[in-house]
Write a new protein. Structure first.
Lengths: 142, 146, 489
């Protein structure tokens, strides 16, 4: 196993892993909710690439039956079909995600995660404070 | 030069009006020729929806919803799925398994397969087109938030 | 007709969902959805009967023979999961979308989403094709995000968004795992995968595939370090949705884990070669303790239940990590028992939310006199969480402890019992607030309506009934575990 066969021979996997890591990194590091969804899309595309590249058969022709010809190597069409479904799933996920972002913007007035979390934590603290106050008042009453 | 709204640009209006029927026609071609060449319900549905989205972008959402009320889009979404499922249920009544196209025609399994694929793809096409337009309605119809 | 049951099990809810979009009428849609869930329950029970008789019920879609086409394969294990999912759906659905943000006149959208989620979960459990698992998982997840976002609080939207991001990562990891398995074997059929993997099991690709699939499933199952999405999602979702999800979604994920470990890769490979239990056992134990400890310190009833769910998931995975028939049976029976208890408790939270207007624990003061039926339901289900004899919780704990003792794992036995004490703490805290403190002044004394109480009490009474009638559930779980671990293929 030389460096060349590890890198050049498996270049499609390197491409997939690079894309996958870019996507994951964006999802983890970006605070903007829309950018997170973009990272999610890149992440999903990397998996689509993984499947599509595994459908390639060395020397294979497109998988359309050639009548009368024998000993023809066809590429494997199944991964492509699977990915058609995965793409649809991805589109649906993105649409739901963006719809949620729109509602986050309407409810909080921002799409930055840290700001939303700060608002949420403030709400949580207020609720906890109200609970403590209620408990204290009750203690005095009793 | 004052910026004009996209709805007022004459060239856009004329060109998109001219393109619009051909986009829809191409969608129908991809849909119904999908049995013999590349194509099928997914692609056709998206192309079909793209035509309407173009119309909506140039002429405005109100105009688009006048031509294609949101309720119709919702019905289309449901009908497409039901058409797909209905074919499967039909094949169950014809003593086959769910989505067994072979039993859809009494005389030849090839015809049965053809019939099954045709209707199922039509169902997919209707649903994909409706969902795509529905997503456009959902986002475009929202008020802008400051 | 009965030969079509496996297909109808999934088709009924999935095709009724678009029908709801067409009908729109609130009452009509509600009756229809209820009829469908009850029908599904009947079908799942019939499937269970068939599976117990013939071993594995197979349904080939489009009459394409296995491995070419997609098949549904029902054995005792997934028949049991199907029963759990459809039972909970049939019980909680009548409550409908009260207490959520669904605008008047658009209730049909709630029922549509609910049926899609329901159908997706059934699909994951029933299918015999790994790619199909991914598709159904995403169908149910997408519907779940929508259902969670229907919560009254705006925090529900953010909870749904976080779950969407994390859930998508999980499902995509599972997809990567499936892809790598397909690459090594050229098949997606579960039974066929098991056969073809025999020769290539030791390759690095299969090990990586297993790792990806396990991480993906663990996210959906909320195994301890990957549980972060769960508390927010369950806390802010409408109570009916929390009840349904806590009782079904994680159960289906647990079923997937069983399927991948026992059927596809084989326990010998997973536990002896990869030593998966070295990771899973500490994580399960940590989940049991951290989940229960976190539950003790919560100020919100629903959040307390969510953290207790994480602890209960720890019991299930602990059963799995014992790598024995008894352990797997303990995990499987706990699926059922936990669904009853936690479903009932979340419905109690729904009653409280309806009448008190919040689920903060301080607002539940004096609930014993204000809402006696609700409070007593909470107590009974809570005793089950502790594992008091005569409740389903005891059955699970007993099965788990005897599985641990069977392997001479004394430390684990002690830890199980210790963690039960933690459950005692958080349940006692609730009892104290409800019965031993007085209601705040001016608090309304009104019981929840029968619409809420009946489903709650059905689950609570079932949790007592199956605490005594252990043979039905434990027997099925043992048979399922026996079949999974290679008794019948």
């Amino acid at each position: 196993m030389t460096f060349l066969s590890n890198v050049a021979g498996l270049w499609n996997y390197w491409a997939v892993i690079t894309l996958m890591m870019i996507g994951l990194y964006i999802m983890i590091s970006r605070g903007n909710l829309v950018k997170k969804l973009m990272g999610m899309n890149i992440f999903q595309v990397s998996v689509i690439m993984l499947y599509v590249s595994m459908g390639k058969v060395a020397g294979g022709t497109p998988p359309i039956l050639i009548e009368g010809a024998e000993d023809v190597a066809y590429s494997n069409p199944l991964p492509h079909v699977l990915m058609l479904t995965a793409i649809v799933v991805g589109v649906a996920t993105t649409a739901v995600g963006l719809a949620l972002v729109v509602r986050v913007k309407e409810a909080y007035g921002t799409v930055e995660e840290d700001e939303v979390v700060a608002i949420d934590q403030a709400t949580d603290r207020e609720e906890a404070a109200a609970a403590r106050a209620a408990e204290a008042a009750h203690g005095e009453g009793a | 030069m004052p910026r004009r709204s996209i709805h007022e640009v004459l060239i856009l209006r004329v060109v998109s009006k001219g393109i619009f029927p051909f986009v829809l026609l191409f969608a129908l071609y991809v849909q119904f020729h999908g049995d013999f060449g590349p194509g099928g319900g997914f692609q056709a549905g998206v192309i079909f929806a793209a035509g309407w989205v173009l119309y909506g972008l140039v002429f405005g959402l109100t105009e688009l919803q006048k031509a294609l009320p949101p309720r119709w889009v919702e019905i289309g979404t449901a009908l497409g799925v039901l058409l797909y499922g209905g074919i499967g249920v039909w094949s169950m009544f014809a003593h086959g398994a769910f989505l067994d196209y072979n039993v859809l025609d009494h005389h030849s399994t090839v015809h049965g397969q053809h019939r099954g694929v045709f209707w199922v793809e039509l169902g997919v096409g209707i649903t994909v087109a409706s969902v795509m337009i529905g997503i456009f309605y959902g986002f475009a119809g929202r008020r802008r938030v400051r | 007709m009965s030969e079509h049951f496996p297909a109808l099990q999934v088709l009924l809810p999935v095709l009724t969902a678009p029908l709801c979009l067409l009908l729109r009428h609130p009452t009509l849609v509600r009756v229809l959805s209820l009829a469908v869930t009850v029908g599904c329950l009947g079908i799942s029970l019939a499937l269970m009967e068939q599976a117990r008789e013939v071993g594995t019920v197979v349904y080939e879609f489009g009459n394409w023979p296995r491995p070419l086409g997609i098949e549904y394969a029902v054995d005792t294990t997934n028949a049991f999961v199907l029963v759990i999912v459809s039972m909970i759906a049939a019980v909680v659905l009548p409550i409908g979308c009260r207490n959520s943000q669904v605008p008047e006149g658009r209730e049909y959208l709630f029922y549509s989403a609910f049926l899609l989620c329901f159908g997706g979960l059934l699909g994951v459990a029933i299918t015999g094709d790994v790619f199909n698992i991914f598709v159904f998982l995403e169908i149910s997840s997408l519907a779940t995000y929508i259902l969670i976002a229907m919560g009254r609080d705006r925090r529900a939207i953010m909870a749904a968004y976080s779950y969407l991001i994390v859930g998508t990562i999980g499902a995509t990891f599972l997809l990567i795992g499936i892809g790598l398995l397909y690459q090594m074997t050229g098949t997606l059929n579960i039974a066929d995968l098991a056969v073809r993997l025999e020769d290539v099991k030791e390759t690095r690709t299969v090990i990586v595939a297993f790792a990806f699939a396990m991480v993906g499933i663990s996210i959906k199952l909320a195994v301890l370090p990957l549980h972060h999405w769960l508390p927010n999602a369950y806390t802010h979702a409408p109570p009916v949705v929390s009840a349904f999800l806590s009782a079904t979604a994680t159960k289906v994920a647990y079923y997937l884990m069983l399927r991948f470990i026992y059927t596809i890769l084989g326990a010998g490979f997973v536990f002896d070669v990869l030593q998966f239990d070295v990771i899973l056992t500490p994580l399960s134990l940590a989940a049991m303790f951290i989940g229960s400890l976190a539950a003790i310190y919560q100020t919100d009833f629903k959040r307390l239940l969510a953290y207790s769910s994480i602890a209960q998931i720890g019991y299930m995975t602990l059963g799995l990590s014992l790598n024995s028939e008894l352990g797997a049976a303990a995990g499987i029976v706990h699926l059922f028992n936990h669904a009853l208890m936690k479903g009932g408790l979340f419905l109690v939270a729904g009653c409280v939310l309806l009448r008190v207007g919040s689920t903060a624990i301080v607002d539940m003061r004096g609930l014993g006199s204000r809402m006696p039926l609700t409070a007593s339901a909470l107590v009974i289900a809570g005793l089950g969480m502790i594992g008091v004899p005569g409740t389903v919780g005891f059955v699970s704990k007993w099965a788990l402890v005897s599985a641990a003792l069977d392997q001479q794992a004394w430390q684990i036995t002690v830890l199980i019992l210790l963690s039960s004490l933690l459950a005692l703490v958080y349940v006692w805290r609730l009892i104290e607030v409800m019965y031993l403190t007085e209601a705040p002044e001016g608090a309304e004394r009104r019981e929840a309506p029968p619409l809420y109480l009946i489903p709650t009490w059905i689950l609570v009474l079932a949790s007592v009934y199956f605490g005594f009638n252990t043979e039905s559930t434990l027997g099925v779980a043992r048979a399922a575990a026996h079949q999974l671990l290679g008794g019948a293929g």
